[in-house]
Ligand binder design. Structure first.
Ligand code: C2O
Ligand code: CU
Ligand code: CU
Length: 493
């Protein structure tokens, strides 16, 4: 039984039910289970675990069970009984040890998205399978010069990734700066979406939604629905935003307050860029500096058209469509009030990011992302029987290596999207420098581990295959597409 939160008690009071509820915990359970998401609670953060003396060791238990989501009792998936799981705070040079225990009824495993660590053995090896009841000891050794930033962890067992993430399995990882920026608050905001039925269970998803990539109608920040953040005017905060949605793009806006982008994924800019909005494809992170002005602002995800397959309604999710377009989705509300904060201290100098634009390239490769529709019976299609999601014409096969690269070289990859919907392209272990998107070069070196490839568009990236050898993966980070086959295996040797 979940404890009754003060918020629920207040709500019940407001409904004139407090007297009844006080003597009947079962009634409270029923009411909070069936209700709409509870909005407006003060933002909370997942538990934080910090490395000490160069090491962080923890256990993560993946299980289905009662947890608190959107302010109500739900039966969903969590790590150690919560969604998001604990936030892991590390430093370059640390060793991260995780014992993963699988209490689910199906296989799972663990991936540390974006970390530059070895993919071999018990490192960031997505070919590991942990069966129900089993455990696996992962060990990740971060190089001393590991880029600071926000990363995340989630399951990666092929075919089950979308459902397990949609169910609630994910958490954040922060690699701390060596020279931190002075801020009044350093917040990790993990954005996810899901759907709960009347009984509080995560709903099942129809095959057609998997083709588009499932989107939930409940959009959560740290597991809460539209929480409130309070700050003083003139306060500087750091918001590390993670897009943990299976398929939803987040075109983030915070109108009325100052927003600067420090970098995306593991990348950082030399000086922060003032922005009105930031587009986070699934898997992307944004490292933001917020300088509050005054009044109340809604952090929202404005409407973004990521395309759709022919013959498919919108993105296959009920809330998308014209009604969704003007305002988008509210993620959180920032309330700025009180005595103005003192002027924030200056930013410590930031090193220039690496730049591969002038280096010599050992190989050029092309990757064709294709979503084929209406060719019944073609390919595995992950059981959908009507579509195939491929890279270079092939669905993922864990036993096949699609791309072999020589360690220590730099390659240029052209990723071409032949379909009428966007696909966010992700590579494990080695970050990508964006060279161009539809022929347009970014203004300064941009390093990302998820790069959106627009519908019928193309992206060029350069990658330095340094530090590690071994087998890893690249794939579309619309996790349904990954599960349906839009993934390849890479071996660096
Ligand atoms: Cu975030 Cu291969 O995944
Ligand atoms: Cu990843
Ligand atoms: Cu895709």
């Amino acid at each position: 039984m979940q404890p009754i939160s003060r918020r629920s008690a207040l709500l019940l009071g407001g409904l004139g039910l407090a007297g009844t509820a006080a003597g009947a915990a079962g009634l409270v359970w029923t009411l909070t289970s069936r209700g709409a998401p509870v909005t407006g609670a003060e933002l909370t953060h997942p538990a934080e675990l910090r490395s000490t003396g160069g090491r962080l060791a923890l256990e993560l238990e993946a299980a289905r069970g009662p947890l608190h989501l959107a302010g109500r009792a739900a039966t969903a998936l969590g790590y150690n009984g919560a969604s998001p799981g604990p936030t892991l705070r590390l430093r370059g040079g640390d060793v991260l040890g995780i014992r993963l225990t699988n209490r689910l009824a199906e296989p799972t495993n663990l991936h540390v998205h974006g970390l530059h660590v070895s993919p071999r053995g018990n490192g960031d090896n997505v070919f590991v399978r942990v069966d129900p009841g089993g455990s696996f000891d992962y060990e990740y050794r971060l190089p001393a010069d590991h880029p600071p930033g926000v990363y995340w962890y989630h399951p990666h067992h092929h075919g089950m990734v979308a459902a397990q993430v949609f169910g609630g399995l994910f958490g954040a990882i922060v690699v701390e700066d060596t020279d931190p920026i002075p801020v009044a608050a350093d917040r990790v905001l993990v954005v996810s979406d899901t759907d709960l039925d009347a009984a509080g269970n995560v709903r099942n998803v129809a095959p057609a939604e998997r083709l588009a990539g499932r989107e939930g109608t409940i959009v959560l920040v740290n597991g809460q629905s539209n929480p409130v953040l309070s700050a003083y005017p003139g306060q500087r905060e750091r918001w590390r935003m993670v897009n943990a949605c299976v398929a939803r793009y987040l075109r983030l806006r915070l109108d009325g307050q100052g927003m600067q982008l420090l970098g995306m994924d593991s990348g950082h800019f030399q000086s922060p860029a003032a922005v009105d909005e930031v587009l986070l494809a699934p898997g992307n992170r944004a490292d933001l500096l917020i300088t509050t002005a005054a009044g109340q602002s809604v952090l929202r995800a404005a409407y973004y058209d990521r395309g759709s397959m022919p013959g498919m309604m919108g993105n296959g999710s009920p809330e998308r469509g014209p009604a969704d377009q003007p305002q988008g989705v509210s993620l959180a509300t920032l309330q700025v009030a009180g005595k103005p904060a003192g002027r924030p201290a200056g930013l410590p100098p930031r090193p220039a990011p690496a730049d591969l634009r002038q280096v010599s390239v050992a190989a050029h490769r092309q990757f064709l992302l294709a979503a084929g529709m209406g060719q019944g019976g073609m390919g595995g299609g992950g059981g959908t029987g009507m579509a195939s999601f491929t890279i270079n014409g092939r669905e993922f096969d864990p036993g096949r290596t699609d791309t072999t690269v020589t360690t220590g070289t730099v390659e240029e990859w052209t990723v071409v999207n032949t379909s009428p919907m966007d696909h966010p392209f992700h590579l494990h272990v080695w970050p990508m420098q964006v060279i161009s998107v539809n022929g347009v070069a970014p203004a300064f070196p941009a390093w990302q581990d998820v790069v959106n490839v627009p519908a019928n568009g193309q992206v060029n990236v350069r990658i330095a295959f340094r530090d590690f050898t071994g087998r890893a993966a690249y794939h579309c980070h619309i996790l349904d597409h990954e599960d349906l086959g839009m993934m390849g295996a890479i071996e660096v040797r």
